[in-house]
Design a binder for this molecule. Structure first.
Ligand code: NAD
Length: 333
């Protein structure tokens, strides 16, 4: 039902039900690495909850999935790590109109039109890597954003992640661990032969591999990674996101080189069109495009909410199934 037609009581009930259902789906997805609904269903329910909570803010509570990053990690046998700065999620949009609205809000807050760095949204899970004097000493998952899980032993099995940087600096960097498409299909074929349930998708396979306790199993899983963030850009001497990516690469860290700087939001159209097609030929899964305010001091000015940065937004691709339907309709008309 349209939100403006809801009574306060009906809204309260719907909000409580959505919060409950999404919390359950979140536990299956983040803690058990075994989702029970498709992402696009989760996303649609989440978007409805965001809209309802905006219209009825008296029913927002601190336990709502809209106010929390990831899961509570009750089941994992891994040690806990407190993040020096919270690891956040990303706001997401599903249409160009919503991207324009985000651009208008950002331009208004900054007082000028920012350049944006466009990056592919890698379909994996976030990781923080701590290097001391150039040596990898700790790796942790995002967890609930404040406290993550120690996955150092497993991350040391990932060839793409250097154990020693090209410079002896002390820095925490963050990025995405993912399972390449080829590793995913090999793994699922093997699981089938072994009579085990296949993983639902490469993201869950990557998360399940990283969060299990046997580093030998991890080695066989052939995960990879891209680094895209540090909360300490001064250490790199970078003033823009696009430059930080270059500095990460110079340090020997894996970076995705498909990023592009644009000067106005409409320039994103070509990028989205290009990667909606090119994603099939990439060696790893992507589920959208991340738009980031390019200047790092502007990012700081915009700041974060409890859950997401205001200086970035994820444009999510339509789900593959929905895309197939849209294409089928296009072909028949
Ligand atoms: P998200 O995955 O939509 O976006 C935030 C994450 O994107 C970041 O934490 C980071 O790990 C990642 N990312 C990838 N490339 C990046 C880049 N270039 N720059 C910055 N970050 C990048 O958000 P989330 O909070 O991790 O999870 C929410 C999403 O997870 C939902 O939209 C839904 O699709 C899915 N989910 C599904 C279920 C389910 O039951 N199917 C349950 C919970 C969540």
């Amino acid at each position: 039902r349209p939100i403006e037609q809801l009574s306060t009581e009906a809204a309260q009930q719907e909000i409580a039900k959505l919060q409950d259902d999404l919390r359950q789906y979140g536990i299956a997805y983040y803690e058990q690495d075994a989702p029970i609904v498709e992402d696009y269903i989760y996303d649609a329910m989440y978007a409805r909850l965001v809209a309802l909570e905006a219209a009825f803010p008296q029913f927002v509570n601190p336990d709502s999935p809209t106010q929390n990053v990831g899961g509570a990690m009750t089941k994992s046998g891994l040690d806990k790590v407190v993040h020096p700065a919270p690891m956040l999620s990303l706001g997401d949009v599903f249409s160009l109109e919503e991207l324009d609205e985000w651009d208008s809000r950002t331009t208004k807050s900054l007082g000028f039109q920012s350049d944006y760095n466009l990056e592919l949204k890698i379909d994996g899970l976030a990781v923080a890597l701590t290097y001391v004097s150039g040596k990898l000493v700790q790796a942790s998952t995002r967890g609930n954003g404040t406290i993550g899980e120690d996955v150092t032993a497993n991350v040391k099995m990932i060839k793409a992640i250097p154990q020693v940087l090209n410079e002896p600096i002390t820095i925490e960097v963050r990025g995405e661990i993912y399972m390449p498409k080829s590793s995913f299909s090999t793994l699922n074929k093997q699981r089938e032969l072994d009579g085990l349930a296949p993983f639902a998708n490469p993201r869950n396979a990557a998360a399940g591999s990283l969060r299990q306790l046997n580093a030998k199993i991890m080695k066989q899983r052939n995960l990879s990674a891209f680094v895209y963030y540090t909360a300490e850009p001064d250490i790199l001497g970078s003033t823009t996101q696009s430059d930080a990516l270059k500095r990460f690469a110079a340090l020997g860290l894996p970076t995705d080189t498909h990023n592009r700087v644009i000067t106005k939001m409409s320039d994103i159209n070509n990028y989205i069109t290009e990667y909606t097609v090119a994603r099939d030929n990439l060696a790893y899964g992507i589920d959208g495009v991340v738009v980031k305010v390019n200047r790092l001091d502007d990012q700081l000015d915009l700041g974060n909410t409890v859950k997401i940065p205001r200086w970035a937004i994820a444009y999510k691709f339509p789900p593959e199934e929905a895309l197939t339907v849209v294409r089928a309709i296009e072909w028949t008309v």
